[in-house]
Design a protein around this ligand. Sequence first.
Ligand SMILES: Cc1ncc(COP(=O)(O)O)c(C=O)c1O
Length: 388
Amino acid sequence: MMNDKQMAIVFNDNIQMVDLQTQYRRIKHEIDAAIQEVLVHAQFINGPQVKTFASRFAQYMNIAHIIPCANGTDALQIALMGLNLQQGEEIIIPAFNYAAAAETAALLGLTPVLVDVSADTFTIDVNKIEQAISRHTKAIIPVHLFGQTCDMAPVMRIAERYNLYVIEDNAQATGALYTDPSGEIKKAGTIGHIGATSFFPSKPLACYGDGGAMMTADDKLAEYLRMIANHGQEKKYKHKYIGCNSRLDTLQAAILNVKLKHLSEFNQARIQAAGRYNEAFESLPDVIAPCNPSYTTHIYHQYTIQVRNGRRNALQAWLQEKGVPSMIYYPAPLNRQEAFRVHARKAGNLEVACRLAQTALSLPVHTEMREFEQDYIIEQVIDFFRKN
Ligand SMILES: Cc1ncc(COP(=O)(O)O)c(C=O)c1O
């Protein structure tokens, strides 16, 4: 057994939140060949790989339409544009979340209405959605945070009752499976009217730059979203709508075609690593391991614990000293962000979101985690609670 110092020498600077370099080395021959193919045909925009990816990804997601675009934020924005909403209409969004959904809503002159999240799952608290609905409410954006889905049955029930659209933000949960109360299993992102996802390099399905996609089962909506993403063009130089320019480039699509083949194996690797953490942290009273309800699988885009008794920051500092990186997702809920002070409406006191911003800590979890590396991380976490 190595002592702390020896371990630190071996691992220091080596443990990463996400290890894209080792992953690349493992699939290098496939990636290099895919990139090479694009360099040779030189159709860098809308090359054949984009179409192939859209069709393979649609098959994987078991949905009729995939509309590739430039990034996950654009996917949310174009999805919202596709709903033809009026200025001031309201979109329900969880307060503990990345800024993209609320930002795109505000950018379009819509009002994000921030709803609290569940303390167990970090996802939107379905019991607080109805009280946030007003006569201006038009859509809900449930965000499948950290790798598992929201409780979608109540979300869809409420949406139907109030005639609302549902845009799933699936940037962090590609490949997670949702089981509805009837037992039907669906891929995260294919439950609502539109799914929006990101292929940012650290995401579950990721390229080597920016990329994103929308998905829908609705033929008409798919056509409309496709046009919006392409300057509102019906065909070349025939602009029917005001749109934008949001493309997945061919090189990124070529990379995604390779990564898609490995997606299940990648997700499985993180699930396994999360299982080891769960087991190790069971006996730590000050650590709440991620909760995974039975309606969803968890693909652990992040392995996020909650640290009790105000000890989160001390644990993070301790780990940093030992060469273990960690991240705080998210250090402030959206209601505490300056940008949303005027551009969002708060539904309730959002106390859970505020508390999670003080207690949540994400530990390294990725497709290349080695058991001895993870043992070291676990040892440092346990050591912190033993000695502090
Ligand atoms: C939940 C969520 N939604 C949307 C996005 C935006 O994706 P992108 O960075 O591709 O614009 C992200 C990216 O971090 C995200 O985590």
